[in-house]
Design a protein around this ligand. Structure first.
Ligand SMILES: Nc1ncnc2c1ncn2[C@@H]1O[C@H](COP(=O)(O)OP(=O)(O)OP(=O)(O)O)[C@@H](O)[C@H]1O
Length: 411
């Protein structure tokens, strides 16, 4: 449904995104995750047809976002970081307005608006002026305007930004409820956002895709092998020796006991990591249970998604061993190149041999087209005067008034 290939955008001489490639399958929610300034908004705006790429292609439902921008806009709902709301309209009035400029036939508008209001749980705010709504409700109106024409694809840029924890949960549930019937790409810099809502994650850092996978696979792949933490009674050297003899084992070490944790005499903590792809749980248990060594605890460990994200976006070394971590934090001045070696090159698949990059001389003027007025241009060019495109803020109230007057005339 969404296919992005080698997308590059250069502002001046600085690339905001470089050779970005990913796909979103029909009905899927993909999280586009990255730290501030990684290039998420740039990518979202290119996908929504509001910003031309310097090179590369993006297609939605088979239509090129640049070449077939009108066809694309009819098939997407876009929630920008700052939703384009008209504060002097009521929720319902605004959604009617949007449905009309998005080309919903007059006879279908009432049903579409009602459905968007219900899906976004806005019934009680139907007649309330948008400027009187809380941030959370405004955000819901932002989603409602994105889905009111029932587009197959949704592009949501930081949909929970500025919401309180309860509103965030509501917003996540709303987004999840839209999956299946819509294909969704959701950008965020908040990790729990993607792990709770998305079936797949694409991680972007400094304008480049560094990983794309399910949350589970990201966790598993990055660690390489599977880790186990063990509490064993016996002589340390004997234990280490026996564990090292097991096949498929890449690392065996003793783990210092954290302060505040008490272990009886002659008992210690150990960590065993398998070779990539090896499953060694059975062998460990078989080697210890019934032997002269006492196995008191055995726990499988994995890197958390948070560790994966940090590793991919800061090139920090994942180290599951707390003691090593503490020691290492003192000597974190390890060279950048060393760190880079430790980050798996998951992005390699996205890189071409000859990245073609065209520097644009003129940057901003072709991009700052506001959402609603741009839609107007497509479907009903007469609704918004050209001057509004140049100065949307000044003319916003004018166009709203015009719209309200028209609505009054209509009925
Ligand atoms: N209009 C612009 N002109 C010049 N540089 C820009 C422009 N918009 C974005 N950039 C730069 O491009 C890079 C990517 O910005 P972008 O807004 O896409 O990142 P982001 O991941 O959405 O960040 P955030 O999470 O902070 O919103 C940043 O370095 C930013 O400073």
């Amino acid at each position: 449904m969404i296919e992005v290939e080698n997308l590059t955008k250069i502002y001046g001489s600085s690339p905001a995104i470089q050779d970005v490639s990913f796909t979103v399958e029909p009905g899927e929610i993909v999280g586009f995750l990255g730290p501030n300034g990684a290039g998420k908004t740039t990518t979202m705006r290119i996908l929504a047809g509001y910003l031309p790429a310097t090179s590369g292609t993006a297609r939605i439902a088979g239509y090129d976002v640049h070449e077939d921008s009108m066809a694309v806009r009819q098939r997407i709902g876009y929630l920008p970081e700052l939703p384009p709301l008209y504060p002097d309209m009521t929720v319902e009035g605004f959604l009617y307005f949007v449905s009309r400029i998005k080309g919903v036939p007059a006879g279908d508008r009432a049903d579409k608006v009602k459905s968007a209001i219900e899906r976004c749980n806005l019934q009680e705010k139907r007649q309330v002026l948008i400027r009187k709504l809380s941030k959370g409700f405004r955000q819901r109106v932002g989603i409602a305007q994105a889905i009111v024409h029932d587009p197959p694809a949704l592009i949501l840029d930081e949909p929970t930004v500025g919401l309180d924890p309860r509103q965030i949960i509501e917003m996540r549930n709303l987004i999840k409820s839209l999956a299946g019937s819509h294909t969704i790409i959701l950008s965020t810099h908040i990790l729990p956002e993607v792990s709770m809502t998305c079936s797949r994650i694409t991680i972007i850092n400094r304008g480049k895709i560094v990983a794309t996978n399910t949350p589970e696979n990201l966790e598993a792949n990055l660690v390489g092998g599977t880790g186990y933490e063990l509490e064993i009674e016996g002589e340390q050297e004997t234990i280490l020796e026996r564990l090292r003899l097991l096949s498929g084992v890449s690392l065996v070490e003793s783990v210092p006991v954290s302060s505040g944790v008490f272990l009886p005499e002659n008992r210690g903590l150990y960590r065993v990591v398998s070779e990539p792809g090896e499953e060694i749980g059975r062998e460990i248990a078989a080697a210890l249970v019934g032997s002269d060594l006492g196995l008191y605890e055995m726990r499988r460990t994995r890197a958390s998604l948070e560790e994966v994200f940090l590793r991919l976006t800061t090139a920090e070394k994942i180290n599951l061993n707390k003691a090593e971590n503490e020691a290492e934090s003192k000597t974190l001045e390890s060279s950048e190149s060393e760190n880079q070696e430790e980050v798996p090159d998951l992005a390699a698949q996205n890189q071409t041999d000859e990245p073609s990059v065209i520097v644009e001389s003129e940057l901003e003027n072709q991009e700052e087209v506001p959402d609603l007025t741009a839609q107007n241009q497509i479907n009903e060019p007469s609704v918004v005067a050209e001057s509004e495109l140049e100065n949307p803020e000044v003319n916003e109230s004018e166009s709203v008034t015009e719209e309200l007057e028209k609505k009054e005339e209509e009925g």
